[in-house]
Design a protein around this ligand. Structure first.
Ligand code: DGY
Length: 314
């Protein structure tokens, strides 16, 4: 029987919606096998840790859609899907505000040493207020450099403006004038952004042009006392170089939600107090994750009903 294979259990009503797909049964489980004939699989609901490459596609000869429960889709080989006529969808928009909220959380936590302070208090190390005790980096009035002024980058810039920050941005093409005006955002080159920002926040997709976009050379350009935030994809940052820049400067701190070899974290980062490490939680509020799962499910139902997908990857 035609099967919708769901790689990981989904929150909310997504599975119920999938069960309404015409003439298909729903199987939840990361590893196909046991009870699933791979030839039956017509839809794959994937998460960002599922690698959907040529080999995976070859094992699913009747696949019609890969519905990724994420806005990023660097885990999916788009060319291979296209060549086989497999539709790929993602979950844009529904996670924009949530991820921007989390980005600001990491930015503030890193700048103002919130996670580090929590460890100090719990460890019994708080000896009382003092004028020069645990000084962090000022946020209001500082310049935020946004790498990638897409939906999440723009939502982060909007929040940064509310915190009194100035905004620089870089990306391949200049943003529409109206957006630049709304955010009072100044377009600049990648290198200038790294030299002129007090905070740099990554919001670019991962591809061959952004892998190690933040390397030793770019980190060396950053201002003394600056802060790097990454809620995009781990491999955009050379973690060894970042650990070095956090140890010897110029960076004061970093806030990371994603990792080069996720879920592993570079041991030199784990050893540092001036980096806030989150376990890929950018979109992890209940309402957002339910909306992501629902959108992925609705994409599957649409395609299996012979309708166009709601949010195809371009
Ligand atoms: C995405 O959607 O790409 C995020 O990384 C998931 O939180």
């Amino acid at each position: 029987m035609p099967t919708v294979l769901v790689s990981k259990d989904l929150p909310g009503d997504a599975l119920d919606r999938l069960r309404r797909a015409p003439g298909a049964r729903v199987v939840v489980g990361a590893h196909p096998g046991g009870g699933v004939d791979l030839e039956d699989v017509v839809a794959l609901v994937a998460v960002l840790t599922d690698v959907v490459d040529g080999a995976r596609l070859a094992s699913l000869p009747n696949l019609r859609i890969v519905a990724n429960v994420a806005v990023g889709y660097d885990n999916v080989d788009l060319a291979a899907c296209r060549a086989r006529g497999v539709v790929v969808t993602n979950t844009p928009d529904v996670l924009t505000e949530s991820t921007a909220d989390f980005t600001m959380g990491l930015l503030l936590a890193a700048a103002r040493r919130i996670a580090e302070g929590d460890r100090v208090v719990r460890g019994g190390g708080f000896g009382g207020w003092a004028p020069s005790y645990m000084l962090g980096t000022a946020v209001s009035g500082a310049t935020l450099g946004v790498v990638g002024l897409g939906r999440i980058g723009a939502a982060t810039a909007r929040r940064a403006r509310a915190f009194g920050m100035n905004v620089l941005y870089t990306q391949r093409r200049r943003a529409p004038e109206a957006l630049e005006r709304e955010l009072a955002a100044t377009y600049t080159s990648v290198d200038a952004l790294f030299s002129e920002s007090d905070f740099v926040s990554l919001h670019c997709p991962l591809d061959e042009t952004t892998r190690h976009l933040v390397d030793a050379e770019r980190l060396a350009r950053m201002k003394p006392g600056s802060v790097l935030v990454n809620t995009a994809r781990g491999p955009c940052v050379d973690e060894a170089a970042l650990a070095q820049a956090l140890a010897t400067g110029p960076l004061a701190a970093a806030g990371l939600d994603v990792y080069e070899r996720e879920p592993a974290v570079h041991p030199a980062l784990l050893a540092r107090d001036n980096v806030v490490l989150a376990p890929h939680l950018g979109s992890a509020d209940r309402r957002t994750r339910e909306a992501m799962a629902r959108l992925a499910a609705d994409n599957v139902v649409a395609v299996l009903s012979g309708e166009p997908p709601l949010t195809p990857v371009p």
